[in-house]
Design a binder for this molecule. Structure first.
Ligand code: ADP
Ligand code: MG
Length: 328
């Protein structure tokens, strides 16, 4: 399979064989650059994320799941800003051109792209160790993007969905076991919370997706907002299977496990009632887990009021490197 065939396969399988979805691009795949028409009353929201074999996924991961996840992690970032997905770019590095692998990969990516209403507008294809970089572009009404810096004293901290299942599934896989269907879905087919992100415009004062683990990512909100918070780790929602684990392990997975692609956000205390209707409309649980305060710290407690100490501070690709800009 030539590079040209490979690009054509991706294009047809992700955007549809008739290319009708490409009406969203002035110039799409096939020229040196894509040309995109930006509506006058929108701001552009851009994000990029790379998945590398051995770092972000196991060698044994199936191609269809990888296609899904590589796009899903980027859509989750768009969701956390409240943006509407529009276009994406795919930089693919492959060890060898393998048609059946590519078909499955494009199937997984294409199914999610169509359901999210996002169009593949270009990319790059090279040979080398397997690595997948997606750049996603979304649109948002001017000034409405949900940033990390708006959390204020007294506001409620809320999380969507269930936490800890993906990290639990990864633990099981690494130990040579089989995590079961719910674990597989959480780890390999996370559903980006796009509808929720859109609905949070005008309600959430800050928002982040918790791909690095709740404690690390809520920590980013607190830092950007110059605030503190207290959360009750026994309020964290999780699937029944987690409830069967030792409590310490469950709490660690839910606070620091990562790979959860849920949203953590803050809302004013007097708007709590709006969460019920929103949870119903978005078909995902929304749970109040604590409050913002002015302590400057994140304190985790358990149901009995005693302190809980999370083990991890989230995944760091360069642990121990304190010389980076701003490093402490
Ligand atoms: P150039 O040599 O100008 O960089 P390429 O041969 O890399 O062009 O790409 C040709 C066209 O195919 C471009 O429009 C590019 O965006 C698109 N393309 C290349 N690889 C991919 C990919 N993995 N996914 C989507 N589009 C791709
Ligand atoms: Mg190129």
């Amino acid at each position: 399979m030539s590079e040209f065939d490979l690009i054509r396969q991706l294009h047809e399988r992700i955007n549809g064989a008739d290319g009708s979805d490409l009406s969203a691009c002035v110039v799409g795949i096939g020229d040196d650059c894509a040309v995109l028409e930006i509506p006058q009353d929108r701001q552009v929201v851009v994000t990029t994320d790379t998945l590398v074999e051995g770092v972000h996924f196991l060698k044994t991961s199936d191609a269809q799941s990888l296609g899904h996840k590589a796009l899903a992690v980027n859509l989750s970032d768009l969701a956390s800003m409240g943006a509407q997905p529009a276009w994406f770019f795919l930089a693919l590095t492959l060890p060898a051109p393998d048609l059946s692998w590519l078909e499955s990969f494009a199937q997984g990516m294409g199914d999610l792209a169509r359901s999210a209403g996002i169009v593949l507008a270009g990319g790059d294809t090279t040979s080398g160790p397997l690595s997948i970089t997606v750049t996603a572009i979304g649109l948002i009404e001017p000034g409405m993007a949900l940033t990390r810096d708006g959390a204020r004293n007294g506001e409620l901290v809320v999380v969507s969905g269930q936490l800890g299942e993906a990290a639990h599934a990864l633990e099981i896989l690494k130990a040579g076991g089989e995590p079961g269907p719910a674990g597989r879905v959480a780890l390999e087919r996370p559903e980006p919370r796009l509808q929720l992100g859109r609905q949070l415009r005008g309600l959430a004062t800050s928002c982040i997706d918790i791909s690095d683990g709740l404690v690390a990512d809520l920590g980013h909100i607190l830092e950007a907002s110059a605030a503190g918070a207290e959360i009750d780790v026994d309020l964290l929602p999780g699937f029944a299977i987690l409830a069967r684990l030792p409590e310490e392990q469950r709490r660690q997975l839910q606070t620091s496990g990562g790979d959860d692609y849920e949203l953590c956000f803050t809302i004013p205390g007097n708007r709590r009632e709006e969460l019920g209707r929103m949870a119903e409309e978005c078909a995902c649980p929304l749970t109040v887990i604590g409050r913002i305060n002015d302590s400057g710290k994140l304190v985790c407690t358990m149901a009995d009021g005693t302190a809980f100490v999370p083990r991890g501070r989230g995944y760091d690709h360069f642990p121990g490197d304190t010389n980076r800009a701003g490093g402490r």
